[in-house]
Ligand binder design. Structure first.
Ligand SMILES: C[S@@+](CC[C@H](N)C(=O)[O-])C[C@H]1O[C@@H](n2cnc3c(N)ncnc32)[C@H](O)[C@@H]1O
Length: 221
């Protein structure tokens, strides 16, 4: 599965789809100046950056990293898997996931959720006690839509069919969480919501969601 993900993103990068190249960098609140930021599954760009931040980008697709480094020469690029981060505990002030979670798929929906749990757990491990995690993700309104899209994309991948009008590409299986599933994952990892923003951008019951999350104070010694 990891290989089809890599191939998929290699192709997308080659075709230079604007969404992979566009400079979307948003500023973060001034309190983050001077901190160390890790974007997990960064692709060829940083979602957030503010002058004074030390930037680390990690991605599983090798080809993304030279593009990122050319665009942000002072950043640190790391080839790796979100489920096994090659960093020490509590190394980062800010950890970012931008549209990665739905790619952490497995043969079953339950396996997908476990993969996401492992990736978020790794993020919590490398995040400082008073750090912040920003998670941007596509979510769906209910479990039925989530499962239908998962099995539909799995079938398309098996039959090598692309349904571009549904943004479904052959070989890429996706699993979209519902907000309820995401909140449960956060609760299991003792993460609490600081802020939340939603934007509806598609049909089929999908929306974009951006969470900022912190470790629960009661968990911090
Ligand atoms: C949809 S793109 C998002 C890229 C970027 N974050 C953005 O918002 O434009 C997903 C990225 O995650 C990477 N990726 C997929 N699976 C990964 C994994 N297990 N660990 C790390 N990166 C992964 C892909 O190579 C791809 O660059």
């Amino acid at each position: 599965m990891e290989n089809s993900i890599r191939n998929h993103f290699r192709e997308r990068l080659k075709k230079a789809r604007p969404c992979y190249i566009a400079d979307s960098g948003r500023n973060l609140p001034a309190k983050h100046v001077g901190g160390r930021l890790l974007e997990i599954g960064c692709g060829a760009r940083f979602t957030y950056r503010t002058a004074g931040l030390e930037l680390y980008g990690l991605d599983i697709t090798t080809e993304m990293l030279p593009v990122l480094k050319t665009r942000f020469p002072t950043c640190n690029v790391v080839l790796g898997d979100s489920r096994e981060l090659p960093f020490r505990d509590k190394a980062f002030d800010i950890v970012v996931f931008s549209f990665l979670l739905h790619h952490l798929v497995h043969a079953t929906p339950k396996g997908c959720v476990i993969n996401m749990h492992v990736a978020l757990q790794e993020a919590v491990r490398v995040m400082k006690d008073r750090g912040i995690a920003y998670v941007r993700e596509v979510m769906v309104y209910n479990k039925i839509i989530s499962h239908v899209l998962f099995y539909l994309t799995a079938l398309c991948a098996k039959l090598h069919i692309s349904l571009d009008f549904l943004e479904m590409r052959s070989d890429v299986v996706t699993f979209f969480l519902t907000e309820k599933m995401f909140r449960k994952l956060c609760a299991n990892l003792r993460l609490e919501k600081l802020s939340w923003k939603e934007w509806k951008f598609w049909f089929l019951g999908k929306s974009g969601v951006e969470f900022s999350l912190a470790k629960k104070l009661s968990e911090i010694n």
